[in-house]
Design a binder for this molecule. Structure first.
Ligand code: B1M
Length: 213
């Protein structure tokens, strides 16, 4: 089995220490950190998602696999960020209120930072008021919201509404993402853009900032 498949398998088995050591070995063998992220860590997590949907896996299994993904991400993150870029712009990002899923949001954060953006990561369970305060304090060009639950997606709309009510909406571009989010939902809530994955989130931010110049 190749190193990337071994990493994916260790994620599925929820073996954080093994994921960490396999990731370190892969790096020392010259495997690209981006391939480790997508073909190792995310590939493993995708299988976990499928097994969870098929009821072969339960919440504790998903949780141990999530921890294993984070163990690998901690190894690749500095390598994706080791280049020095001029500051491309400031982004405030968070997972919306009531939602604790952060793997996808963390990937978007890593990719934005790797592309020269200064990212203020507000973490998980970020309430509309917290986004508002971060926008006032940091004055970013972009606000990014992630949601993985259909029940928490409306928090994206609530945050945009609050930004509108406080006249901060026109100062920022709002982008959204997460597995249940769609471009139709993006239009419906008056966000500026939706990205289905971390790479396209960077492309979207680049595009929005080019348009706003
Ligand atoms: Co939960 N969970 N979970 N979960 N979980 C889902 C989302 C679910 C689809 C599983 C299922 O039932 N099939 C389901 C939601 C159903 C729904 O709403 N329709 C679900 C549920 C129900 C729950 C609980 C309610 C379970 C319970 O307690 N009964 C509970 C809720 C907790 C809460 O948030 N309040 C819960 C808990 C958990 C864990 C804590 C165990 C764990 C999260 C750990 C963590 O994140 N630290 C977990 C996980 C891991 C999942 C699944 C299996 C995997 C999510 C993931 O990390 N994917 C998920 C199943 C699924 O998604 N099919 C599931 C990998 C990640 C790389 O992808 O996050 O989509 P993703 O991010 C992508 C893109 O979406 C995009 O880029 C990323 C990378 O390319 N993207 C953005 C994401 N954010 C973006 C932002 C952007 C742009 C792009 O701009 C700002």
């Amino acid at each position: 089995m190749g190193k990337l498949s071994q990493i994916a398998a260790a994620v599925i088995e929820g073996k954080a220490a093994q994921v960490k050591s396999l990731t370190e070995e892969a790096i020392s063998e010259g495997v690209s950190p981006v391939d480790i992220l997508f073909q190792g860590l995310v590939a493993g997590m995708t299988k976990v998602s499928e097994r969870f949907s098929n009821e072969e896996f339960y919440i504790p299994d998903v949780l141990t696999s999530s921890r294993a993904v984070h163990a690998g991400m901690r190894v690749v993150k500095p390598l994706l960020l080791d280049k020095v870029y001029p500051a491309a712009g400031k982004v405030v990002i968070g997972t919306v209120a009531g939602d604790l899923h952060d793997i996808g949001k963390n990937m978007v954060t890593i990719f934005l930072r790797a592309n020269g953006y200064e990212v203020i990561d507000l973490g998980i369970d970020v309430h509309p008021q917290d986004f508002l305060e971060a926008v006032s304090q940091h004055q970013p060009k972009i606000v990014g919201m992630s949601a993985l639950l259909t029940t928490t997606m409306p928090m994206m709309a609530s945050t945009i509404k609050l930004l509108e009510e406080t006249n901060l909406r026109e100062k920022v571009k709002v982008i959204i993402g997460g597995a249940p989010v769609t471009s139709e939902y993006c239009k419906a809530i008056n966000a500026d853009g939706y990205a289905p994955d971390a790479r396209r989130a960077v492309e979207l931010v680049n595009k929005l900032l080019r348009e706003s110049v």
